[in-house]
Design a protein around this ligand. Structure first.
Ligand SMILES: CC(C)(COP(=O)(O)OP(=O)(O)OC[C@H]1O[C@@H](n2cnc3c(N)ncnc32)[C@H](O)[C@@H]1OP(=O)(O)O)[C@@H](O)C(=O)NCCC(=O)NCCS
Length: 167
């Protein structure tokens, strides 16, 4: 899905006592725990983290955030990553997840708001993300933030037609 500009997206405030903070070195364990709890569709471990985010800790700290509960425990995460290949220069919304206990409480909206704002601060003027057709809650979330389906082939159109019937 793509968004051709980063202006005028919805802004959602975080309900206290939930808070946001930037990635700190040593957070890989928290990131893996959140992804494993949130997502039964794929196996995630520390190697997954390094494969997608590399080893530049300062860059990761600039681009990854955690959602924390009132006790400071990490309950969600997302990254304001950068695009590559034909999306070089674009921002990329990456690895959004909230642990099941805290899903459905409206927390993904302030999390995505913060990530969109981060992308703007980092100088991006448009953004994209990749997801899977089975992830209907995520697709609805991104749609609410103005992301549109990217349809480049007949196959894409068929897949998006079937998604639209489930939204
Ligand atoms: C996607 C995810 C982060 C959403 O978190 P959440 O806390 O449930 O989201 P929110 O409560 O803030 O809801 C935000 C929007 O998401 C959509 N949504 C959330 N749960 C949904 C569900 N069960 N069915 C359909 N849409 C849903 C809705 O559009 C909702 O807005 P609305 O309540 O105004 O209709 C969470 O489901 C998750 O971690 N999923 C597993 C990991 C994943 O798929 N990540 C995305 C990878 S691309």
């Amino acid at each position: 899905m793509t968004r051709d500009d980063l202006q005028g997206f919805p802004r959602h405030d975080l309900p206290p006592p939930v808070s946001l903070r930037a990635y700190r070195t040593g957070d890989i364990g928290a990131w893996v725990r959140i992804q494993q709890e949130a997502d039964r569709l794929q196996a995630v471990d520390a190697a997954t983290f390094r494969r997608w985010f590399g080893h530049d800790e300062a860059e990761i700290a600039r681009r990854m955030i955690f959602l924390c509960d009132g006790d400071g425990r990490e309950i969600g995460t997302a990254a304001a990553w950068f695009g590559d290949g034909k999306y070089e220069g674009w921002g990329q919304i990456h690895w959004v997840a909230i642990v099941p206990k805290f899903q459905g409480r409206g927390l993904a909206k302030p999390l995505v708001t913060a990530i969109m704002e981060r992308l703007v601060e980092l100088g991006h003027s448009r953004a994209y993300l990749t997801t899977e057709s089975i992830r209907i809650p995520a697709i609805k979330l991104y749609q609410a933030f103005g992301f549109k389906p990217l349809i480049e082939s007949d196959k894409d159109r068929i897949v998006w037609d079937s998604i639209c019937n489930r939204l």
